[in-house]
Design a protein around this ligand. Structure first.
Ligand SMILES: *[C@@H]1O[C@H](CO)[C@@H](O)[C@H](O)[C@H]1NC(C)=O
Ligand SMILES: *[C@@H]1O[C@H](CO)[C@@H](O)[C@H](O)[C@H]1NC(C)=O
Ligand SMILES: *[C@@H]1O[C@H](CO)[C@@H](O)[C@H](O)[C@H]1NC(C)=O
Ligand SMILES: *[C@@H]1O[C@H](CO)[C@@H](O)[C@H](O)[C@H]1NC(C)=O
Length: 510
């Protein structure tokens, strides 16, 4: 993004040093003025200026390409972050190597007490051969030999007893956890672009996390994450805070700046509750705002996440949190088993995971909503896209006495009318057909038949839904747009067949 900015910035700076009479703006006005025709000497100056500007541009290009060729990304990084003032350092990020998993270091906040149940969540997403990161614990834990192979490295956080903690409701482990960024940075790992923080009950979708971080220049200061679902939480903490459980990313130079001041900063905010509000307080001092990415999910809710997952925003799904608190995301299994099932579509087409598409079966007057890799819903009658993209309130507020006015986004009530209750089909399996470059996923019905008296086609005859879709690794390289779905005629009994893919020209949900 910076190539243009950089060149014009550079040109401007150098023009400043040129005597006022020779600035381009002056010459432009001469050009417009018929009373001052162009003299030979002025033309010479113009010519000279043009040459020097082209030379500047040329040398600039040379600099840019020599950066791209630098074989050692780590030195590049240091070099650049140290010279921020002179070179707006993020010369075109797309001319350099794209961010991948190897550039990310995870810092996972864990406690010895909950370790045995929480480690299963980490195992769900951790890839020992590809990822780097540390689980930071308060006390040593016994580690099963078989876990050692499949989990990140462990470290015990350093002592924080010298820090003040004055919040009556919280736990002073917050200080230890907020220092994980700094403690991880001090390990001095090579080639780090991003530190990504999460809790021991956070599950990340690695490909989507990488996709999100690729959009940003890691040589600049970035603090990326998302707010809470609960309006009240955001009022008590801050709308400018990245919620720690949903996970957040801090670029390398920002982590460096934070590390230099964090211990002093923490002392100034001894009355805060948690670790993430302490981070935010320091970010505010550094003047770095939260960059919101809607795929990080704190999930400060209770009950059934279905409404939220079935109407996921048009943004890559990056994380899930509070998995111990909410119901398992698939019925009749444990939360870990449910997430294990989700790993299959996550592997086949991570960009599409939970992405909603909406279409109509016009012959039968049904509305179909697909949340790819998770669930399909069939509704009798026609609902508009703006209704369908609103999460239905299958979940409860974090503050149990708060109602729907306390969410930080729009929701719709769960329909009370028997005939408007959706038929829900949950993912049962998914596979990839390499000959067609297409995934097939099957969803089966779990909701019971309700006695609806409407004289119209009855979805209760549909027992399963098949969804066909081409994997689309470049979905998020384009401007965000919901995929389209189409009902495919079929002779299979009790089956609805749906095709999901990019919308074609003039294809809209109407
Ligand atoms: C990640 O990027 C580095 C260079 O920055 C490169 O050496 C490495 O091969 C890449 N890894 C993957 C898996 O693409
Ligand atoms: C604070 O949290 C730790 C670890 O989660 C726990 O062992 C400890 O009992 C808690 N302290 C208080 C005062 O609740
Ligand atoms: C499959 O199709 C997608 C979308 O058209 C395309 O981006 C991808 O490269 C294809 N993959 C293969 C293996 O052909
Ligand atoms: C809708 O009905 C028409 C006419 O009977 C039929 O040709 C078409 O295939 C049907 N569409 C679907 C999606 O079943």
């Amino acid at each position: 993004m910076n190539h243009r900015l950089f060149t014009s910035g550079f040109g401007f700076a150098s023009l400043k040093k040129i005597p006022k009479s020779l600035r381009i703006s002056t010459m432009k006005s001469n050009f417009k003025d018929p009373e001052h025709p162009w003299t030979f000497s002025k033309l010479m100056v113009m010519f000279f200026l043009l040459i020097s500007i082209s030379y500047l541009l040329y040398s600039l290009k040379f600099i840019t390409s020599s950066y791209t060729c630098n074989p050692n990304p780590h030195t590049t990084q240091h070099h650049q972050s140290d010279s921020v003032a002179i070179f707006p350092s993020g010369l075109t990020p797309n001319l350099r190597e794209k961010t991948n998993l190897s550039h990310i270091v995870f810092g996972i906040a864990a406690s010895a007490k909950l370790w045995n149940q929480r480690k299963d969540y980490i195992k769900l997403w951790w890839r020992p051969a590809q990822m780097r990161g540390i689980v930071w614990l308060d006390e040593p834990v016994e580690i099963d030999p078989e876990d050692e192979e499949v989990l990140p490295q462990f470290k015990i956080s350093s002592d924080t007893s010298k820090f003040k903690y004055k919040n009556a409701k919280g736990n002073r482990s917050a200080i230890r956890i907020s220092r994980i960024v700094s403690e991880t940075l001090r390990l001095g790992m090579e080639g780090v672009r991003w530190f990504v923080m999460g809790d021991d009950d956070t599950v990340f979708v690695a490909e989507n996390l990488v996709k999100v971080l690729q959009k940003y220049d890691h040589n600049q200061f970035y603090y990326i994450g998302s707010s809470s679902e609960s309006h009240l939480q955001n009022i008590y903490f801050s709308y400018n805070m990245a919620y720690g459980g949903g996970g957040f990313a801090i670029s390398y130079p920002l982590a460096k700046a934070l590390e230099k001041m964090q211990d002093r900063c923490i002392q100034r905010y001894s009355s805060l509750y948690g670790s993430d509000d302490r981070i935010q307080a320091c970010m505010a001092e550094l003047g770095v705002p939260l960059t919101k990415e809607r795929g990080f999910h704190q999930y400060d809710v209770h009950g059934d996440l279905f409404g939220l997952l079935a109407a996921h925003p048009v943004a890559p799904l990056v994380s899930l949190h509070h998995l111990d608190i909410v119901d398992p995301i698939f019925p009749k299994v444990s939360q870990v088993e449910a997430l294990q099932r989700l790993k299959v579509p996550m592997k086949l087409d991570p960009a599409a995971l939970m992405q909603q598409s909406i279409c109509y079966d016009k012959n039968r007057s049904w509305t179909i909503s697909v949340s790819w890799g998770y669930a399909v819903q069939i509704f009798r009658s026609t609902f508009s896209a703006r209704e369908m993209e609103m999460p239905s309130r299958t979940f409860l507020n974090w503050y149990k006495r708060a109602d729907y006015t306390s969410y930080a986004f729009n929701t719709r009530p769960v329909s009370r009318h028997i005939c408007q209750t959706p038929f829900v089909y949950y993912l049962s399996y998914a596979l990839y057909n390499p000959f067609k470059n297409e995934t097939a996923s099957e969803y089966v019905r779990t909701t019971p038949n309700l006695d609806c008296k409407w004289k119209m086609a009855d979805p209760s005859k549909v027992e399963r839904v098949e969804v066909y879709k081409k994997p689309d690794p470049h979905l998020w390289d384009k401007s965000p747009r919901r995929n389209c779905c189409r009902i495919v005629p079929t002779k299979k009994k009790g089956t609805l067949v749906v095709n999901v893919g990019l919308c074609e020209e003039n294809e809209i949900v109407e």
